[in-house]
Design a protein around this ligand. Structure first.
Ligand SMILES: NC(=O)c1ccc[n+]([C@@H]2O[C@H](COP(=O)([O-])OP(=O)(O)OC[C@H]3O[C@@H](n4cnc5c(N)ncnc54)[C@H](OP(=O)(O)O)[C@@H]3O)[C@@H](O)[C@H]2O)c1
Length: 334
């Protein structure tokens, strides 16, 4: 049975936009075709989803645009949809930002976006599907001036009414400290990896304290992620004994506990699936069951600091490790 979209709670962003507390992710992990993801988007809307997390680099915005057109033709109003897209790393030059945004808008078949994010804080491109050793020849570290030039373009898009909210992704506290004082329009959202085994409590608290809504990617631990994003040390959220025990008690799949934990903690998860039963089960977590304080407390203690999207392909110097991307000592790595 589908979910009435009117029953799905939402978060109100600083500008007043209502963002449903669960969205459908649309990254096919290099293994699911664009058409399959687009069909899943169409089915998801039929199940009650209204929030879709897209990005130019996922290579499927044109197909998803077809699904969105059909959804609207069949009666869903544009104002009831919440559509996100993201600026890819090879479009950070000042002259490239607006055309890249316009392409996403056109591909998605929309007159405006609800949210546009800078996908990564570096201009370091990689081709789809490359392994972790691939590096762009012109890769660079985060540079405040360059990032601000991109942000100014996003602010202009807000002024023109082409996007309702703008935001960041894959940021660190050190980068926020440098960037936020210069943002005329503050980011409404920060997208970050969040699941029970990567809780990022310090960054999460910083983002919330700054009035920014956290959105969690890989919310169920991304079991279908590409080979390049797997290491032998990675842990599996849905096999964690605490998650499994709570799931058994509530009679639900461990995935539902990961998502319920996300809702109650306050982040907006964007789980991906192309299976109708999983899409529906995930959406239903927005309605319950409530986890008790004791269960939330147990879940808060299973953090394993296990980052799945480590980002090796964005490194800019020989001899670096992926930790260098995440400013672990509180300073922006040069
Ligand atoms: N900003 C960024 O840099 C960034 C990075 C990564 C991801 N993202 C966004 O976040 C979204 C989600 O991340 P993700 O796709 O990597 O990870 P995820 O949502 O944690 O995991 C998706 C996987 O979980 C399985 N799954 C989903 N629901 C399930 C259920 N109820 N029961 C069992 N299995 C279930 C799916 O398989 P089935 O299809 O078989 O259900 C799929 O393989 C992406 O699609 C993308 O939109 C953003």
């Amino acid at each position: 049975m589908k979910v009435d979209p009117a029953l799905v709670p939402f978060k109100t962003l600083p500008g007043g936009a209502k963002m449903p507390i669960i969205g459908m992710g649309t990254f096919g992990s290099d293994s699911v075709s664009a058409d399959t993801v687009a069909s899943a988007v169409y089915e998801a809307a039929g199940l009650g989803y209204r929030h879709f997390d897209c990005a130019a680099v996922y290579g499927n915005e044109r197909e998803i645009g077809g699904a969105l057109a059909k959804i609207q033709k069949e009666g869903v109003r544009r104002e009831d949809l919440f559509i996100t897209s993201k600026l890819w790393n090879n479009k950070h030059k000042e002259a490239d930002v607006v055309p890249a945004f316009e392409k996403s808008l056109k591909d998605l078949g929309l007159a405006y976006l609800d949210l546009y994010l800078i996908h990564w804080p570096f201009p370091n491109h990689h081709d789809p599907g490359v392994d972790v050793h691939a590096r762009a020849n012109d890769a660079k570290p985060f540079e405040l001036e360059s990032y601000l030039k991109v942000w100014r373009k996003l602010e202009d898009l807000v002024d023109k009414g082409l996007v309702r909210n703008i935001g960041t992704s894959n940021m660190t506290i050190a980068k926020f400290e440098a960037f936020l004082p210069h943002a005329r329009i503050k980011p409404a959202v920060n997208q970050m990896e969040l699941h029970p085994h990567l809780q990022q409590q310090q960054l999460f608290d910083y983002v919330v304290k700054s009035g920014i809504q956290p959105v969690g990617f890989c919310p169920v631990g991304s079991p279908g992620r590409p080979e390049r994003d797997r290491t032998p040390e990675d842990t599996v959220d849905m096999e964690d004994p605490v998650v499994v025990e709570i799931a058994k008690k509530h009679g639900v799949h461990p995935v539902a506990i990961c998502l319920r934990w996300a809702h109650q903690r306050g982040q907006i998860p964007v789980p991906f699936s192309v299976k109708q039963t999983n899409l529906l089960a995930n959406l239903k977590t927005a309605l319950g069951p409530q986890l008790s304080e004791a269960e939330m407390s147990k879940l808060s203690k299973i953090d394993k600091n296990c980052r799945l999207v480590k980002g090796q392909v964005f490194l800019w110097k020989d001899g670096q490790t992926w930790e260098d991307l995440w400013d672990l000592d509180g300073k922006i790595k040069k």
